[in-house]
Design a protein around this ligand. Structure first.
Ligand code: NCD
Length: 300
């Protein structure tokens, strides 16, 4: 049984297999998942992740049962543990896609689950399938992952997409990584040390303008409002790295601007029309990658 909990557990070979599989599944409605049931259990809001998993499942002939607001509408609101919930869902579904507000929740669920668990985001921890689709987009649209120079911006302390992405990038060679954030929102020193242990080195700066022109990939993220202790604290950082048209035009002509979305105020809407803007395509590729992931877990 294959769970997907942390990006570090997905090998480069598996990633490359998934990229090929996503290519092959483009446009496919072949019912390879007929008779299978996916349970989506979301304790935090989601648009892209849940819908793209559910869309992928339907497009391949499978079925979906869903708790889109599991915090309120699953029995955990009555005090049931996540372990008990997951044990029961295993009897109702063939795979569980779970998003939870606590780091480590997906790993805890996987320990007791009788069916594969896919982590769709665990608090400030990981979001491995986002990483798979991010890397798929880079491979497909930029042409390669080895040797790229990437600038990653935003709330690196609380953002799970970027932590997952850094682990995903650790599987590739000669990646130049520049992290841009306010000091208070830097990647934790603990995370940095763990990544250094697997050979990832990064440069850190607070100055986006000085580095945006050197990057092949610019990965913008949202300041994670829901993780701040007070609204005042959040407002100190809100809007701190707006990419507007003049700044985006400093990017290399062939560079790509990514964002896992939702965006709030980090990228001006006018930037959407520039050739570098790739974030809506990135969201669209989410369905392809999730088709590939579900096939891998349920069929291969
Ligand atoms: C992200 C998430 O939930 O971590 N969204 C997503 O899955 N595409 C990013 C975010 O919420 O900022």
């Amino acid at each position: 049984m294959r769970h997907i909990i942390h990006a570090k557990d997905i090998s480069r070979e598996d990633m490359e297999m998934l990229f090929k599989s996503a290519d092959a599944l483009e446009g496919s409605r072949e019912p390879i998942l007929e008779g299978k049931i996916l349970a989506s259990l979301f304790f935090e809001p989601s648009t892209r992740t849940r819908f793209s998993f559910e869309s992928a499942m339907y497009r391949l002939g499978g079925n979906v049962i869903t708790a889109e607001n599991a915090k309120e509408f699953s029995s955990t609101s009555k005090g049931e543990t996540i372990e008990d919930t997951i044990k029961v869902i295993g009897a109702y579904a063939d795979v569980v896609v779970m998003r939870h507000f606590q780091e480590g929740a997906a790993a805890a669920a996987a320990k007791v689950s009788t069916v594969p668990v896919i982590n769709a985001g665990d608090g400030i921890g990981q979001h491995p399938t986002q990483t798979l689709l991010d890397l798929y987009l880079i491979q497909r649209e930029f042409g390669k992952i080895d040797g790229i120079s990437i600038v990653i911006i935003g709330d690196l302390k609380n953002g799970r997409t970027i932590k997952s992405l850094l682990w995903g990038l650790s599987k590739f060679k000669d990646i130049k990584i520049t992290l841009v954030s306010p000091k208070a929102l830097r990647l934790t020193r603990e995370c940095l040390a763990e990544l250094q242990d697997v050979g990832i080195t990064v440069t850190e700066t607070e100055d986006l303008e000085s580095v945006i022109g050197d990057a092949d990939i610019v990965y913008q993220t949202r300041i994670q409002k829901e993780r701040f202790p007070t609204i005042e604290e959040y407002e100190k950082y809100k809007g701190c790295y707006l990419i507007d048209v003049p700044l985006a035009k400093k990017m290399k002509p062939k560079a790509l601007l990514l964002h896992p979305l939702p965006r709030v105020d980090e990228i001006a809407p006018e930037v959407d029309d520039l050739p570098q803007a790739a974030y809506f395509k990135q969201a669209k590729y989410g369905v392809l990658m999730r088709k590939a992931v579900l096939k891998w877990i349920l069929v291969d």
